[in-house]
Design a protein around this ligand. Sequence first.
Ligand code: AMP
Ligand code: GLY
Length: 472
Amino acid sequence: MSGAKVLVIDAGGRGNAVAHAYARSPLVEKVYVAPGNAGSSIMDKCHLATHDQTPLKSIPELLSFAESQGIDLTFVGPEGYLSDGIVDCFIEEGQTIIGPSREAAILEGSKCYTKDLLKGLGVPVPPCSNFSQAGEAREYARQYCAEHPEKGLVVKADGLAAGKGSVVCSSLEESLSTIDRIMEAPKIFGGAGDRIEIEERLEGRELMFFCLSDGRAVLPLESALDYKQAFSQDEEVAIRLFNKLSKNPNLDNNPNTGGMGGFSPHPWLDQELTEKIMKRIAEPTVRGFCEKTGREYRGIIYFGLMIDQNRDPFVLEINVRLGDPEAEVILPRLETDMYELSLALSEGRLKGFELQWSDDCCLGVCAVSGRAIKPLSSGGGERPGYPGDHYTNMPISGLEKVDPDVLVYHNGTAWGTDAKGKSRLFTTGGRVLTLVGRGPTLAKAREKAYDNIKRIRFNGMRYRRDIGLGYT
Ligand code: AMP
Ligand code: GLY
């Protein structure tokens, strides 16, 4: 009997890691990835899904591919497709697909909706309020800071902004200018900033908590510690230069990114904290969403949490998918068959399902397109780099020097031809590659990742040097 065919929809490193997890299943014969990238087809059993040699992008193209190729199961990575209703379209045509429906994707698509829902359910969140008028938001920020001079605020665009829509502010002035930059023309996050959420800046430790839900049962996955800020604390000069080149008046703001690296397992997540998060947050959210809307939440649900000094968790955000780069450090540790697990989720059989994880640690470091200068004669100039404006199409070298036991997941790469007509790998995005070291201890995993990332080069390449530092 031939094995199953899986379609993974994702263009980044998370998609490489998900495809890799399915490919490890003896039940799976082929994994297609769309739109994918140059890393999607280098793993055993994995292929780029194309039509006439062009990557597939739109929902109708993807559906038609799934139907014509006899795909048994589709997994959706990014929030954009989920918010656009890809799951509803596939299910209508009788396809098996993992991910929440369009209605359920609102938990990520609108921070204002979600915080209101959670407050109504009694799920712990920081003190917060929503605004659709910049004047009212400014007034609220002024009053809040006057009443709580020791506290800071976080200003968040309501809609999807590629993980960059939350700005952690350290002064009232910074909060006010952030409100303006999000809500007033030219609106740095476009329509995602028509409404904003302002919340109190909490102190504590961050934890990314992932669960699976089949609509009724909620099953915790392993978690990861993610590094959201573009720079480490000691890179003041780089931070100021980044903001200067990005024309951000808040020169000392360390900007948020989609993630610069991370590691799993999370150092503080023990059984007691897991149970607290499940009882106070994950289960009430999934149950409450169903009670309020009449819709079941099926798929992955990801809680961005702050754990305070009493080890109490607060929800900073919900995402309706796996994180990137969290997937790259969590999934290699999954020993349960990913295909069987996905079938259990889609058939409502998660209750009582036991997951097996490796005791190994995985640590991932993202190589990103940093500040770079190109001659003005070639239309260039200086660009601040990810998460701001950055160059792409830079040739990448050194991958052949990476140790075979290091996982190389591609975030933004494509094959192309250089000036000498040689086929080469080129950068296509802000995040380019995630190198994942694995080992029996975090120290060993860290050493592996950093030892190998040094062997890779591209113009403007940058990475944080402190992933896992202080935890080994
Ligand atoms: P979000 O997009 O809401 O997950 O926020 C992105 C990042 O901003 C989080 O991972 C935190 O590092 C930070 N952040 C968001 N909300 C808060 C908050 N209320 N207090 C402190 N840090 C926050
Ligand atoms: N790494 C954070 C995210 O995927 O949203």
